[in-house]
Write a protein that binds this ligand. Structure first.
Ligand code: UDP
Length: 259
């Protein structure tokens, strides 16, 4: 078997060279990190769930006209994506105060924000991904003014869509992180959504109970990470329902036995 060329290994994913030029294979690991990789661990089965959840979300976003890097899922842990130049900015969209905004500004966790807030962080592990202003993005030429207009407009549309999608399954979308890339088409580049959208990069709270169904279970040592990720996938209709699996097992057992 020929070994695939590894292009990049991040904290939760590996990128391999894709089968055609301009494509990559995105492999989802079970590894989890928090607090700029000071805390490390694994969440069993996370990669499989995130691959599936991200496929679902990116496919639905494509249906509403958001251009994304996603091409198709290849197997349990891998998806084929378009190769892009990643813009070195993490876009955080917030609907409710939690995490760093609560600690930085002293706003109680769970306080709904009067309107959706967009924040930008400079993607640099050595610097701990510092919070930046749009002025820094322009000053250091990380993205043009036009590109930032596309990015912010897409982030707001994505938030509107995802708030509805999660609310429909009893989940409150508190905040989440997006990454964008430049897709080159000849001389021109356009901005498309890249990376992943999964419980690793979102805060998802049960609407009724406030239970956390995301990576905060790992960050804050709450336990039950795998079950929480599974619950998100189950509510989105991505897991075989209890009973359905059992019925399928019974059917395949009977088929094997010729009954
Ligand atoms: N986030 C992420 N990667 C990062 C930083 C943040 O996916 O490197 C996500 C995080 O999961 C949360 C949102 O962005 O849903 C806002 O994170 P916050 O700024 O509150 O930082 P944290 O509390 O996660 O350190």
């Amino acid at each position: 078997m020929t070994r695939r060329r590894k292009i990049y290994e991040g904290k939760a994913k590996i990128l391999y060279e894709g089968p055609e030029p301009g494509t990559l294979i995105q492999y989802f690991k079970d590894d989890a990190t928090a607090f700029n990789a000071q805390k490390r661990g694994t969440i069993s089965g996370k990669g499989v769930i995130n691959n599936r959840v991200s496929e679902h979300v990116f496919t639905r976003l494509a249906h509403i006209g958001i251009p994304t890097h996603f091409i198709r899922r290849l197997n349990m842990r891998e998806q084929l994506v378009r190769q892009v130049d990643i813009i070195p900015i993490e876009v955080v969209v917030r609907n409710v105060a939690a995490g760093s905004i609560s600690t930085r500004l002293g706003i109680e966790e769970g306080t709904p924000l009067p309107h959706t807030l967009l924040e930008y962080y400079y993607k640099d592990d050595a610097l701990g991904d510092p919070l930046i202003a749009e002025e820094h993005i322009a000053c250091f030429n990380w993205a043009s003014h036009e590109e930032m207009q596309d990015i912010s407009a897409m982030a707001i549309r994505i938030n509107d869509f995802l708030c509805g999608m999660f609310a429909a399954v009893g989940i409150r979308l508190v905040d989440f992180k997006l990454e964008f890339g430049r897709l080159w088409e000849g001389e021109f580049a356009r901005i498309i959504l890249a990376d992943e959208i999964s419980p690793d990069g979102c805060r998802l709270w049960d609407i009724e109970t406030g239970e956390k169904l995301d990576k905060d279970r790992f960050r804050r040592d709450l336990g039950g990470e795998t079950e929480a990720y599974q619950e998100v996938a189950r509510r989105l209709g991505l897991m075989p329902e209890e009973g359905e699996g059992a019925v399928l097992d019974l059917v395949s057992h009977r088929l094997r036995k010729g009954r």
